[in-house]
Write a protein that binds this ligand. Structure first.
Ligand code: T4K
Length: 367
């Protein structure tokens, strides 16, 4: 390829739309601290995600930390090692011990059948991840949580716009976090949000993201600074007008990959989303099996020689990170196996069909 092909390309609105939008910021002189564009975006996103309550945050990671503090999680939280660093870091940075549960080999989400054996008297919550945007088994998670009086905080970083039977994915559990990072299906440059149903949380989150300031002379708690600014919110407002179209395009690209890869021996693709699921086609992972003939790492190298840069999301497993190695005992053989074989191929709405066909040809020929 003449130009490098990365795992994704951030969505940008038409340049003129952004420049036009900037005028409002220049007129108002409000750059941040929950300004008018921030507030408009919050109500539009609440509608789009079909949720009762929403709070915009500076980025997805800080949203996770603020969510943990709002829910009052402590002790041990059961989670998955097959995720981005952020999920585990958010727990550890808040003094919580992550207890790692294995994933299932079908969709790489937390294996609900293995959760109960990990619950101890210190367990306060489950933090599952809707990996690659595929919904976790929300019904079983709900049953386990009710049975053991645990909270469920979903890391929905990948699941923007995903629905189950017309219900927005952000309605399940006690709280969900969405990431609006540049590399996501929907972006506000950096950004994120929390969605929840308990109305008490709105004020706590507001305080936590704004230093705990309740008024010019009143600081109520030890908050941080995690406010989304007006430039981010403007990007978000404009991108929201285009995101449905982006998801339709991604669906076509995913189909093109499927049509050209599904007959290759030794390759495993994610299952087609179930009928009741509205997918967002955020990632296109493939698993490389023995029958394929060369290893995942060798295939990644072959693609790189063609200036194509897929990513090994999520390798290494969190439990193998230098900062965590040997710290947590974890029996997660499936996660280990998937992490050693996964490769996420380039995907975004307007990736040219010829690029996908070329990638598929290289994968078929292994050279
Ligand atoms: N939970 C989960 C499960 C997550 O996956 C994430 C983030 C979080 C929590 C935390 O949410 P945030 O705090 O990030 O909102 C990327 C993203 O930075 C990260 O947001 C995402 N998960 C993760 C899965 O992917 P990296 O380290 O792979 O990013 P990077 O910079 O290598 O970007 C990947 C490729 O995208 C580059 O090779 C080129 C392209 N790119 C990237 C950027 C930033 C561009 O073309 N333009 C750009 O501006 O983490």
């Amino acid at each position: 390829m003449d130009k490098p092909v990365y795992v994704t390309k951030p969505y940008l609105p038409p340049f003129d739309e952004f420049v036009e939008g900037l005028k409002e910021i220049w007129d108002s002189n409000i750059l941040t601290n929950m300004g008018p564009i921030h507030n408009r975006l919050a109500s539009k996103l609440q509608e789009y995600l079909k949720v009762n309550q929403i709070a915009l945050i500076l980025n997805g990671h800080l949203a996770l930390e603020i969510g943990i503090q709002t829910l009052g999680l402590k002790g041990e939280v059961i989670t998955t090692p097959f995720t981005f660093a952020s999920t585990t870091h958010a727990l550890v940075r808040n003094g919580i011990k992550p207890v790692f549960c294995d994933i299932n080999p079908e969709d790489y989400n937390i294996d609900c059948s293995k959760i109960e054996s990990l619950i101890s008297e210190k367990t306060t919550a489950i933090m599952p991840v809707h990996v690659y945007g595929t919904p976790c088994d929300v019904d079983t998670l709900d049953k386990i949580a009710k049975k053991y009086n645990l909270q469920v905080f979903y890391d929905s970083a990948h699941a923007f716009g995903v629905e189950i039977n017309d219900t927005g994915i952000g309605n399940f559990g006690d709280m969900s976090m969405f990431s609006f990072h540049a590399t996501k299906v929907y972006n506000t440059i950096e950004g994120g949000c929390l969605t929840f149903t308990n109305t008490d949380y709105e004020r706590i989150i507001y305080l936590l993201k704004n230093f705990g300031i309740a008024g010019p002379e009143d600081v109520l708690l030890t908050g941080t600074n995690a406010k989304m600014n007006e430039f981010q919110a403007l990007m978000g407002l404009l991108n929201l007008n285009h995101v449905s179209e982006e998801i339709v395009l991604r669906k076509q690209k995913v189909q093109l990959y499927r049509d050209n890869l599904s007959d290759i021996s030794g390759l495993e693709l994610l299952p087609v989303p179930k009928n009741q699921v509205k997918s967002n086609y955020a990632y296109f992972p493939i698993l490389i099996g023995d029958k394929y003939g060369i290893s995942r790492d060798d295939l990644a190298e072959v693609l790189q020689k063609h200036n194509i840069y897929p990513r090994k999301y999520f390798y290494p497993l969190v439990t193998e990170f230098t900062c965590y190695k040997g710290m947590f005992s974890a029996e997660t053989p499936i996660a280990k196996d998937v992490a050693s074989r996964v490769l996420c191929l380039p995907i975004w709405g307007d990736i040219p069909d010829e690029t996908i066909l070329k990638i598929c040809m290289i994968i078929r020929e292994k050279r």
